[in-house]
Design a protein around this ligand. Structure first.
Ligand SMILES: [Zn+2]
Length: 253
């Protein structure tokens, strides 16, 4: 009987790891979707800011062209200075020079403001670009972590399928079919451990008589409340329960 009990416990463990793998696959899909949404949002924001930068650069070019035009006007006016014949012409020329100078000063001031604006916006854009790069790396690392776990789980699943068949061969048909029914009907758990006096699947206490029978390991017991098979795991497989604790993966953040 102890052999059957151990086989049932191990079958439940195999079922748990298959369920873990399914959970991980679901997690990965959700995470990838979330990450993709974040990436798209961030990239859209970056594209908008980049368009703003382009706009400021275009304004700068316009101002530079206007300044150059004002300088051309002034240069042409000065060129005519030697051929001036009358006071009237001189006054007109000075007026023209004055206008060009004022235009130059005004446009230079506007250009300076734009250049300052451009510098702030460029710095901000670089900062946001770096933030995105960091976020993207973090998201990729998180995906990678789950993908690694899934690969490890899948690598084990071949040998697990084999082991599963070995174990099932040890258990009689009625017990097996009941095991399968309960697995399907009760959240994938057909075998529950009793810790102290409590069934860990439904958290209901078992009677002292049942606990004694569990400790004898000579009968197949079930929980009166949740109808799952119950075992006293610590007594059945003391070594295995130690291995149960999976070491935390060491990851560098
Ligand atoms: Zn129970």
């Amino acid at each position: 009987m102890k052999e059957i009990l151990c086989a049932l416990v191990e079958l439940q463990d195999l079922e748990d790891s298959r369920r873990d793998l399914r959970t991980l696959n679901k997690q990965l899909v959700t995470l990838k979707n979330d990450n993709e949404a974040s990436r798209q949002m961030f990239q859209l924001m970056l594209a908008e800011r980049n368009a703003q930068l382009d706009e400021i650069r275009t304004f700068c070019k316009e101002k530079e062209a206007e300044i150059k035009a004002a300088e051309d006007v002034a240069r042409r006016a000065r060129g005519r200075l030697s051929s001036i014949q009358s006071q009237r012409e001189l006054t007109a020329l000075n007026k023209e020079l004055d206008t060009a100078r004022r235009m130059n000063a005004q446009k230079s001031e506007e250009l300076l403001k734009l250049m300052e604006q451009l510098e702030v916006a460029t710095t901000d854009f670089e900062k946001k670009t770096n933030e995105f790069k960091t976020l993207d790396e973090q998201m990729a690392a998180a995906e990678q972590e789950i993908e690694t776990k899934i690969k490890e789980g899948e690598a084990d699943s071949g040998s697990q399928t084999e082991r599963r068949e070995e174990l099932r061969a040890l258990v009689d048909r009625p017990t097996l079919s009941r095991f399968d029914r309960v697995i399907a009907g009760r959240d994938g758990v057909a075998v529950a451990n009793v810790v102290g006096n409590t069934c860990t699947a439904c958290q209901i206490a078992v009677s002292p008589q049942v606990k004694i029978r569990l400790m004898r390991m000579a009968t197949l017991e079930e929980c009166n409340q949740c109808r799952r098979y119950i075992v006293w795991r610590e007594g059945l497989m003391p070594a295995v329960t130690d291995v149960e604790d999976t070491p935390d993966a060491v990851t560098d953040a």
